[in-house]
Design a protein around this ligand. Structure first.
Ligand SMILES: Cc1cc2nc3c(=O)[nH]c(=O)nc-3n(C[C@H](O)[C@H](O)[C@H](O)COP(=O)(O)OP(=O)(O)OC[C@H]3O[C@@H](n4cnc5c(N)ncnc54)[C@H](O)[C@@H]3O)c2cc1C
Ligand SMILES: *[C@@H]1O[C@H](CO)[C@@H](O)[C@H](O)[C@H]1NC(C)=O
Ligand SMILES: *[C@@H]1O[C@H](CO)[C@@H](O)[C@H](O)[C@H]1NC(C)=O
Ligand SMILES: *[C@@H]1O[C@H](CO)[C@@H](O)[C@H](O)[C@H]1NC(C)=O
Ligand SMILES: *[C@@H]1O[C@H](CO)[C@@H](O)[C@H](O)[C@H]1NC(C)=O
Length: 590
């Protein structure tokens, strides 16, 4: 298909926003008999290995007392259990209980604000409260959670468990767990304690460093108390610059602005700087950040955009991706990414407004029952990999230089990232949480095309694989616990200097591992290996290839060394073959 005749679907994606559903998104927990015989998925419909998982029963406690009784009963029965949320927005298999009779405990109805102490600036919430609820309730009484993830459809229990963050090197930094001062946690115990132990950890307890970022393996967090600040205003300006000095800018920019982040668009040789600072509460402006990709989008547009990218993939049309990417990034920039100065209209930078209206977004989950977020599983739309790896500030400049070498070799390989606005780079401070970031870091966050067929290679997939391996293995990068593909967790636990301390607390809180599963055991190094080696495994990020069959030799993709980082092993197109899916175009392109 000639490139010029293809509709610029991604452009429309951002211009035409419409609603098309009349039911809320499917619950990640689906049971066939009331609350038993359940299937669990994440919000994307599949885990990284493309499986679902099972639970014999789903429990929905509505009070802490019920929760305690359920954990006691399950412990007495020696049942494996896992906590799931109303949203299940983390990718890896963190919420799967194990075995035939495993249980899933949902925090869906543990969603109340327990107490707000305006004087002490603290807020206690049940763990199933969403980020949206939390920041809005706090603002109502003049308080602010200074930093938060950019997507507010997640729960406080879930976001803490995986170490979620926004972007900042100032003060305590951007990770939400830095603002936790108390945690209530319900864990298994022996018969002498009635099979359950409830702990209320304060910030003087060393164990809080384990409970703040726990991967859910210590028990169920029932309540969380956060230390807040007086509500403040922020001033945001986006400015686009060419990326020649990006490495140096990355080091200084985070020192200069409290809420700084940078989005890199390597194929366009430029970066979008978010100049974002605290201003006086008296500064005028009632800005709102309704981030465009997190608005409700019509299923027809999502499906059309997907079809377009599938055609580009199967015909090897990197140029088509690059021109679409330009349209997407231009459309977003020209509409200020969804910022408005007064809630409805963008009239120019800076946009000034209250923190809670700017820090996080997600109107696609607003209470109206017919909203669709772009990953909604009822739509045959976006299907993607999500990679988020943080690299210590001390070496991040070298990492940028390595990526730039790959940009020089294969600029078009990066367009697929720019279809999603590029590489989001956010600052995270070193933490005392045992599974938090050991040192000040920059988190690199990308989402990119994933084939629905695991055996089909991605266009220029080798370049992204190489970047992933450079980040992880050359620079010791750490995976975000709630994102990423299997290979990213290889050796990750060893990079946490306090891992042993975490495991000691885990032994004390849940000695028989009732809250653990095969995945958490592997990630925590209690079982060997996070990679799954099988035919085509490297194509889907389940392994780093070590033999050709891990790629797609019949389609011409073989396991080869990286182009910049020779230690990398990636699936590279090295030979021309004819394939049923019209691979002949592919060969011309490459
Ligand atoms: C569109 C989008 C944007 C995102 N943006 C960001 C971002 O800006 N920054 C960022 O850091 N991440 C971000 N993420 C990642 C994601 O939000 C996290 O991985 C998060 O963990 C999901 O939270 P959840 O409430 O859905 O929890 P789930 O995915 O349901 O659970 C995550 C883990 O927490 C455990 N858990 C949940 N509740 C409890 C509890 N009460 N007690 C004990 N364990 C519990 C679960 O067992 C599981 O191990 C984003 C994700 C999406 C989809
Ligand atoms: C459990 O659910 C599966 C489908 O999810 C179904 O095939 C099976 O028959 C159900 N088992 C029982 C006992 O209901
Ligand atoms: C524990 O087992 C008993 C007896 O089979 C059952 O009634 C109870 O529901 C089980 N507890 C949980 C939490 O599943
Ligand atoms: C804001 O204005 C109020 C009333 O005019 C004043 O009392 C207060 O000091 C001002 N605050 C700041 C931070 O400037
Ligand atoms: C926002 O500003 C625009 C133009 O300045 C105006 O037309 C609109 O009514 C304003 N909206 C609100 C909610 O004040």
């Amino acid at each position: 298909m000639p490139i010029s005749s293809r509709p610029r679907l991604f452009f429309f994606l951002f211009l035409h926003l419409a609603l098309s559903f009349s039911s809320p998104p499917e619950d990640p927990i689906r049971c066939s008999h009331g609350h038993s015989n359940c299937t669990i998925t994440n919000s994307y419909g599949v885990f990284p290995d493309r499986t679902l998982c099972q639970a014999s029963k789903a429990l929905f406690p509505t009070t802490e007392e019920e929760l305690v009784a359920m954990v006691a009963s399950a412990t007495k029965n020696k049942s494996k259990m896992k906590v799931a949320t109303r949203s299940c927005h983390s990718l890896p298999k963190l919420i799967c209980p194990e075995g035939e009779d495993g249980l899933v405990i949902s925090t869906k109805y543990l969603n109340r604000i327990v107490r707000i102490d305006v004087e002490a600036r603290t807020m206690t919430v049940e763990s199933g409260v969403t980020l949206k609820q939390l920041i809005h309730e706090a603002a109502m009484v003049g308080l602010a959670l200074p930093h938060a993830p950019y997507w507010w459809g997640i729960t406080i229990g879930g976001l803490l468990a995986t170490g979620c963050h926004g972007s900042s090197l100032w003060g305590k930094g951007s990770a939400v767990h830095e603002y936790v001062v108390e945690v209530g946690i319900v864990s298994p115990a022996g018969p002498e304690d009635g099979y359950v132990k409830v702990r209320w950890l304060k910030d003087t307890d060393q164990d809080l460093n384990a409970a703040k970022v726990s991967l859910g393996v210590l028990g169920v967090i029932s309540k969380v108390t956060l230390k807040l600040e007086p509500l403040f205003k922020r001033s945001i300006t986006y400015t686009i610059k060419e990326d020649s000095d990006l490495g140096d800018q990355l080091l200084s920019f985070g020192q200069e602005h409290e809420f700084a982040d940078i989005t890199w668009q390597p194929a366009q040789h430029r970066a979008v700087y978010r100049i974002d600072d605290r201003v006086s509460i008296n500064a005028s402006g009632n800005g709102l950040y309704d981030y465009i990709p997190l608005r409700s989008t019509s299923s027809a547009i999502l499906e059309a955009a997907r079809t377009s990218e599938e055609i580009q993939e199967s015909t090897g049309d990197a140029d088509g991706k690059c021109s679409d990417a330009k349209l997407v990034t231009e459309a977003l920039a020209s509409r200020a990414y969804g910022l408005t100065n007064n809630g409805t209209t963008f009239t120019g930078y800076p946009v000034i407004g209250y923190n809670h209206r700017l820090q996080s977004a997600g109107s696609c989950i607003d209470d109206s029952e017919d909203s669709v977020c772009f990953w909604d599983t009822r739509v045959k739309g976006t299907f993607f990999h999500s990679t988020a790896i943080s690299i210590p500030l001390s070496t991040v400049k070298n990492f940028i230089e390595d990526v730039k070498k790959l940009v020089e070799l294969e600029p078009k390989a990066f367009c697929t990232l720019e279809l999603n606005n590029g590489i989001l780079m956010r600052y995270v401070k070193g933490s005392s949480a045992y599974l938090g970031k050991p040192e000040d870091s920059v988190d690199f966050d990308i989402i990119y095309y994933r084939s629905r067929d695991p055996m089909i290679p991605r266009l220029h997939g080798d370049i992204l694989e190489e970047i992933e391996q450079i980040a992880l293995f050359k620079y010791g990068g750490l995976p975000h616990w709630g994102k990423n593909r299997n290979l990213a967790f290889e050796g990750a636990i060893k990079k946490h200097k306090d891992a042993e301390k975490f495991l000691k607390v885990k032994m004390e809180y849940d000695s028989s591992g009732l809250f653990s599963n095969d995945w958490t055991d592997r990630v925590l190094g209690l079982k060997e290996g996070v990679m799954i080696e099988k035919e085509g495994c490297a194509l889907d990020g389940l392994c780093v290839c070590s033999e050709d069959s891990h790629c797609a030799p019949s389609k011409g993709y073989f396991c080869r060394e990286g182009r910049v980082y020779k230690e990398a092993r990636v699936c590279t197109l090295v030979e021309v073959v004819e394939t049923e899916e019209g691979g002949s175009d592919l060969k011309e392109e490459l």
